[in-house]
Design a protein around this ligand. Structure first.
Ligand code: HEM
Length: 166
């Protein structure tokens, strides 16, 4: 397995971690059956995961659809991107069975003030796909990752009846 492949597999781990943490799944629950490597190990550990998170967050920060939302734009300008990458990396590492612990907010708490819409969610998913493709994550693992990320959607996307910030 070459370096790029390990990094791309880490991409999947990252998203899995975020989703698992968002769903209050503990690192113990992320442990694989006896004799099998954890997802964290298969992805190449924290350095590989951090590399994938870095690529993904950079895409999101430059996404015009996301930045058209004033609440997202405000947070983008206010929150140091190195800290956001750190928190997301923590989340992915914990959720995939690594030794790192996530110390951030729940997905609901972290995103409720951003008023994220379906359209913005879809833009995020498209960027995630680009990162996974860049690192050549296999289709089967991409499907698993998208399923995991999708499980956080109810905590992140506003309902159509929620008033949007002007
Ligand atoms: C359209 C989708 C998303 C957008 C636009 C978005 C944007 C943001 C922004 C701007 C912040 C910083 C908020 C602040 O501190 O005021 C944040 C925090 C965070 N997001 Fe997202 N996010 C999205 C989806 C996700 C998903 C799917 C996950 C994980 C599965 C995730 C994980 C996190 C984490 C771990 C933090 C840090 C929480 C903390 O520091 O306590 N985000 N997000």
């Amino acid at each position: 397995m070459n370096q790029n492949h390990v990094v791309f597999r880490s991409c999947a781990v990252l998203f899995a971690m975020m989703v698992l943490v968002a769903g209050n799944i503990t690192s113990a629950q992320a442990q694989p059956p006896q004799g099998e490597k954890s997802l964290y190990e298969r992805l190449g550990g924290v350095y590989s995961i951090a590399t994938v998170v870095d690529d993904f967050i950079e895409r999101l920060l430059a996404n015009d659809i996301l930045n058209a939302n004033p609440a997202i734009k405000e947070a983008r300008d206010r929150v140091p991107k190195a800290g956001l990458k750190f928190r997301v990396t923590e989340l992915v590492c914990q959720g995939t069975g690594g030794p790192e612990q996530y110390h951030g907010r729940t997905m609901k708490e972290a995103h409720k003030h951003l008023y994220i819409t379906e359209k913005e969610w879809d833009a995020m998913v498209a960027d995630f796909k680009k990162t996974l493709d860049k690192f050549k994550v296999p289709d089967s693992e991409q499907k698993e990752l998208f399923a995991i990320v999708g499980s956080t959607k109810p905590d992140i996307v506003i309902s159509s009846t929620t008033p949007k910030m002007q």
